[in-house]
Each structure stands twice: as structure tokens, then as C-alpha cells.
Design a protein around this ligand. Structure first.
Ligand SMILES: [Mg+2]
Ligand SMILES: [Zn+2]
Length: 274
């Protein structure tokens, strides 16, 4: 079963309930060093350097994985993702974390197969057993050129453009975008009237949107926690499935109006449960 819906999730503070870099650094006890380095170079470069520090201080990949595996996540997030996947949506991640963290965490949570694509900063374990992290856009070569509040290593708006261009019939898909950070503002501006953005309430993306909501063409649905995320997401999916079916029936049968009878015959979506 598949439908016309593409759901794009941010990762940190959206799927998981904290920032993965901060979690790892704090749990491994490197907070002071991280705070010293942060003013001297871009975040993404600091993280690569932190991985070198972990390695030279004898922190193994297994230890890093163990810390990542106990990262906090709201208990309704996994059911929300599984329901959206079961309803036939195409699920993707666009994140300024890195591939190594995301793959490690999704695998541990048993939800890797729910996602068709992950766009994030490259991250891998090298031959010496050290994690290497590099920028999604190599800002040393050229700037991504976006004037929104995007970090130098990643403009999520450009990634959304790429996704729209590479998926079949990208212009006719219905998008739902979820995020919390300032970096989620640029992609929020990319969607059309028939799409949906789900900014996390009272987080940076919410504040940016609230400055002038009319700049966002998509319908805006704020959420506070995993429970609300699940509720709203499943409602939106059901709404789109019904709308698309009604439109299909209307154009197919050349009906001007639809009776209750027709609406009742539409496929039943999964119930929204507590
Ligand atoms: Mg985030
Ligand atoms: Zn941008």
C-alpha cells in the first residue's frame, strides 16, 4: 500500500528528544573541551575534532554506540513513525546530525526500514576505529549560497529541492515537514499550499515562523511533544488520504458532489489511539 505523501523528519529534538552531539559529549564527559572549541570553528568541524579526542582518550566505537543507543526518545515517536509507514507514506530524514549517529540509533530502535532516505552530514568509522564527520556541503570549497538562517555545512532548503527533483512526480506529492531548529526554517519556506509544516512549538523554528507566518505557504501545525506529534501527524495523513481519494473519485467518475455513501466506502485509515 502506498499513498501520495512524503514525510520529512528532522532528527535531533524531533525524532529523538535531545541534541545527539550534546548528548554524546555530555555523557562521555567532554563538555568543557567542547565549549572551549565551539567559538573557534563551525559546529560540524568541532564534532570531527571531538571524535579525534574521544579516540585519543581511548573511547571505543562500542562505547560511543552504547551511549547513542540510550538516547532519550518520547515513547510515542516510534509508534507514530511505524503508523505513518504502515499507512503507505514515504518517510525521509533531513538532519544536521550525521549518518553514523542516525544509522546507529535507527537500527537500535528497529525503525531503519521505515525510512527510504536519510540526508545528513557524512559520518563513518575509519580504519583506525575513529568516527569521521564531514560537512554535507563542503563550505571550504564553496558556500551553499542560501541567505536564510542555515549553518555553513547544510541548507535543508536545498536538500528539499533535491528531494522534489529526484522523486517520481515530486511536484504532485503532498509533503509533511517536521522540525524544531533554526535550520528547519529554510525548508519550511519551500512547501506549497497543499503541503504541511509541523514546527515544534516554542523552539527556534516556531519563533522564526511566528515572526511572519504568511511567508510559509504550507499549512502550519505546531506540536509540543511526541504525543502531540503522533496525534497531529496521523490526523494529517488521514486527511490527505481522504482528500486525494475524493479528488480521484471526483475526476474519475466526473461527479460534481459526493454522497456520504461514497465517503463511507473510502479505505479506513488507522485510528489515532493514545
Ligand atoms: Mg532538530
Ligand atoms: Zn537555506
Amino acid at each position: 500500500m502506498s499513498n501520495n505523501i512524503v514525510i520529512i523528519f528532522d532528527f535531533d529534538k524531533t525524532i529523538i528528544d535531545c541534541d545527539s552531539d550534546n548528548w554524546l559529549i555530555d555523557e562521555l564527559g567532554f563538555t568543557d573541551l567542547f565549549n572551549q572549541l565551539l567559538p573557534t570553528m563551525p559546529w560540524n568541524s568541532v564534532m570531527d575534532k571531538m571524535m579525534m579526542e574521544f579516540h585519543s582518550n581511548g573511547v571505543t566505537i562500542e562505547e560511543i554506540e552504547k551511549v547513542l543507543q540510550r538516547i532519550p526518545i518520547h515513547h510515542r515517536i516510534i509508534p507514530a513513525i511505524k503508523s505513518a509507514h504502515a499507512l503507505g507514506c514515504d518517510l525521509r530524514i533531513v538532519s544536521d546530525a550525521n549518518m553514523f549517529y542516525i544509522e546507529t540509533i535507527l537500527k537500535h530502535l528497529g525503525i531503519s526500514e521505515c525510512f527510504s532516505e536519510i540526508n545528513s552530514n557524512p559520518g563513518y568509522v575509519n580504519q583506525e576505529g575513529r568516527v569521521r564527520i564531514s560537512p554535507y556541503h563542503d563550505f571550504n570549497k564553496a558556500s551553499h549560497g542560501c541567505n536564510n538562517v542555515c549553518p555553513p555545512n547544510m541548507c535543508k532548503g536545498l536538500i528539499i529541492d533535491k528531494i522534489k527533483n529526484t522523486i517520481y512526480d515530486g511536484d504532485n506529492k503532498r509533503f509533511i515537514y517536521l522540525g524544531d531548529g533554526a535550520g528547519d526554517y529554510c525548508p519550511s519556506l519551500r512547501f506549497k499550499e497543499r503541503d504541511f509544516v509541523m514546527p515544534r512549538k516554542n523552539f527556534p523554528v516556531w519563533d522564526l515562523i511566528c515572526k511572519d507566518p504568511s511567508l510559509v505557504k504550507a499549512e502550519i501545525h505546531g506540536w509540543c511533544d511526541g504525543e502531540e506529534l503522533e496525534q497531529i501527524l496521523i490526523q494529517l495523513i488521514n486527511k490527505i488520504i481522504i482528500e486525494d481519494n475524493v479528488q480521484f473519485i471526483a475526476t474519475d467518475c466526473k461527479l460534481q458532489t459526493l454522497s456520504i455513501h461514497v465517503l463511507e466506502s473510502l479505505p479506513k485509515a488507522l485510528p489515532v489511539g493514545p
